[in-house]
Design a protein around this ligand. Structure first.
Ligand code: SF4
Length: 227
């Protein structure tokens, strides 16, 4: 696989936020979200065999635990990434897959926790979500909307209602977009949408969803990579 980096940190998003996690960051993405904070993944990386990746994961977290396969878009390397996830599951890890939702997810092993984005209009990549992927969600999966404006919020709210996402058992997360050039202070001034506004909209609409903050951006300096 073409890999940008493998490192251990705290999980910053999803319902696993705050837990120690090994991140396997795959190279390459076919989308260009305007607020993307991972543009350094678009090119380059290092070719690693699955044995090398697995052994680095075992070195960083020898006693099992959480591993997230992320990117870039890991599902661009579907055949290898599916085999890697099978291996990590067999080795006893809890495996998360962070994906844009633009690739079909039918081959992802069932025990993997899929954290699937639905891109909102202000991402610049609205309309890329593969609706067929809703059929492949399990109750352990999480559907995430990154929200930059009221327009994005209303899109997410209608998508959740239209597709009955709250009734499918999967968690739904709405997360304020973070400015990609954020640096310096570790506070919500870097959010493109005030989390307080988002919280009030969700409560006013009775939306049964989780408000997610990328906690690593509040723990470490927001421009730091590899955390
Ligand atoms: S899908 Fe993810 S990695 Fe790709 S451009 Fe969007 S935010 Fe960046």
């Amino acid at each position: 696989m073409q890999i940008i980096e493998i490192y251990k940190s705290l999980q910053g998003e999803s319902s696993y936020a705050g837990l120690p996690c090994v991140f396997v960051r795959a190279a390459g993405c076919n989308l260009r979200c305007v607020w993307c904070d991972s543009e350094y993944t678009f090119k380059g990386g290092k070719c690693m065999t699955l044995d090398e990746i697995e052994s680095e994961v075992r070195r960083l977290s020898p006693d099992g635990g959480l591993v997230e396969i992320t990117g870039g878009e890991p599902m661009l390397q579907e055949a290898q990434v599916v085999e890697l996830m099978d291996r990590l599951l067999a080795a006893g890890y809890t495996v998360l897959l962070e994906t844009s939702g633009e690739r079909l997810l039918d081959k992802v092993p069932k025990p993997v926790v899929k954290v699937v984005d639905v891109k909102c209009p202000n991402s610049g990549e609205g309309g890329t979500f593969r609706v067929e992927n809703l059929q492949h969600l399990t109750p352990r999966d999480e559907v995430k909307f990154v929200i930059a404006s009221r327009t994005d919020y209303e899109f997410a709210r209608e998508f959740i209602r239209e597709h009955g996402l709250n009734g499918k058992g999967s968690s739904v997360i709405l997360s304020p977009a973070f400015r990609k050039d954020a640096s310096g202070s570790r506070d919500t001034s870097h959010c493109m949408l005030d989390p307080c506004d988002l919280a009030e909209w969700m409560l006013a609409d009775g939306l049964n969803a989780r408000l997610g903050l990328q906690i690593h951006k509040f723990i470490w300096e927001p421009s730091l990579k590899g955390v």
